[in-house]
Design a binder for this molecule. Structure first.
Ligand SMILES: Nc1ncnc2c1ncn2[C@@H]1O[C@H](COP(=O)(O)OP(=O)(O)OP(=O)(O)O)[C@@H](O)[C@H]1O
Ligand SMILES: [Mg+2]
Length: 297
């Protein structure tokens, strides 16, 4: 190993060791990082993330959303916000993370990824260190971090999923969405050793239909990917009121709190907040970002 690389590694290990020492001196809980992902695009991830954030904030949790969708980032649109900066400005050390984060009227923090997460493998060690220490400053500010990862099996989606405490896969009842959800879990398990996923079925006509999607995915996993466990977390019915809210650049839980989709999203938020932690990896957000970088090497 060349000397410079050695020194950089020492610096990174040092940043982690400092974080660990700080962790040991606190007895507080660290934020839980939940990634929301899908094989196929357009299945409702961004709306699910936004509404879960609203429901969880209503339940007294401090929530931060990371928009890690490097393709068509649009969490800001559903909240009708226009962020000026993104993680790109943090990477280039032009801005601190709290200058990049925008707050919704509910108090939810939104961190726009922009092109900042576009190619994590290309980041220099210095840029990684900057991100690690900036993310650490967020650890005290949230109980829950929701990550909108974007769709598909591109590397970035996989890195964020692999690094999160929980990975929620969103699928609809369409066969292509189901096969793509399976393909995503397969790649995650083969490339990153992920063995535990949660499923949300969106735009279903009934719970029976949603359970059918769950059954077909878990049957396929039982047959071909025995190490992977998929847990059913809930379903959201197809609801025109959600679409009406989207038209207004708003979230269904704000616009139509009594809607069927809104009620389903509240229920899922409660399930997620009250369910047992299977994978909650203890550690602050420095550790989360470090796991992202590790997945990307
Ligand atoms: N439960 C629902 N009922 C009716 N329509 C829905 C529902 N959920 C999502 N939609 C429709 O699907 C559209 C896409 O949703 P959204 O943008 O949240 O998906 P996405 O998975 O984030 O997409 P992308 O992969 O492009 O990021 C919404 O604008 C809305 O019209
Ligand atoms: Mg989206």
């Amino acid at each position: 190993m060349d000397q410079a690389k050695g020194l950089r590694q020492i610096a990174r290990t040092d940043a982690l060791a400092k974080s660990q020492a700080r962790m040991a001196s606190h007895t507080k809980k660290f934020p839980k990082v939940i990634a929301v992902t899908s094989g196929k695009g357009g299945v409702g991830k961004t709306n699910i993330v936004g509404n879960l954030a609203v429901a969880m904030t209503g339940a007294g949790k401090r929530v931060i959303i990371i928009d890690a969708d490097v393709g068509l980032a649009n969490i800001d649109i559903v909240f009708n916000l226009r962020p000026e900066y993104s993680i790109r400005h943090v990477v280039s050390a032009e801005k601190r993370i709290d200058q990049v984060m925008v707050k919704t009227h509910h108090g939810i923090g939104i961190i726009p990824g922009g092109s900042g997460f576009a190619d994590l493998t290309q980041l220099s060690e210095g840029e990684k260190l900057t991100l690690l220490s900036e993310f650490e400053t967020l650890s005290d500010q949230a109980d829950i971090i929701l990550v909108d990862t974007g769709a598909g099996i591109s590397s970035n989606v996989l890195y964020f999923n692999a690094a999160s405490d929980e990975c929620i896969v969103v699928a609809t009842t369409e066969p292509t969405s189901i096969t793509d959800a399976y393909a995503l879990m397969k790649v995650m398990s083969q490339k990153h050793g992920t063995r535990y996923f949660k499923l949300i079925v969106n735009m279903a006509d009934s719970e029976k239909d949603a359970k059918r999607v769950y059954a077909s995915l878990s049957n396929a996993l039982d047959k071909f990917l025995k190490t992977v466990v998929l847990e059913y977390t809930g379903y959201i019915p197809f609801d025109r009121q959600l679409q009406r809210a989207v038209q207004k650049r708003a979230l269904v839980l704000d616009e139509f709190p009594g809607s069927t989709a809104g009620a389903a999203l509240e229920k899922i938020a409660n399930t997620l907040l009250n369910g047992k932690d299977r994978m909650h990896t203890q550690g602050n957000l420095t550790f989360f970002m470090n796991r992202v970088f590790q997945a990307a090497t």
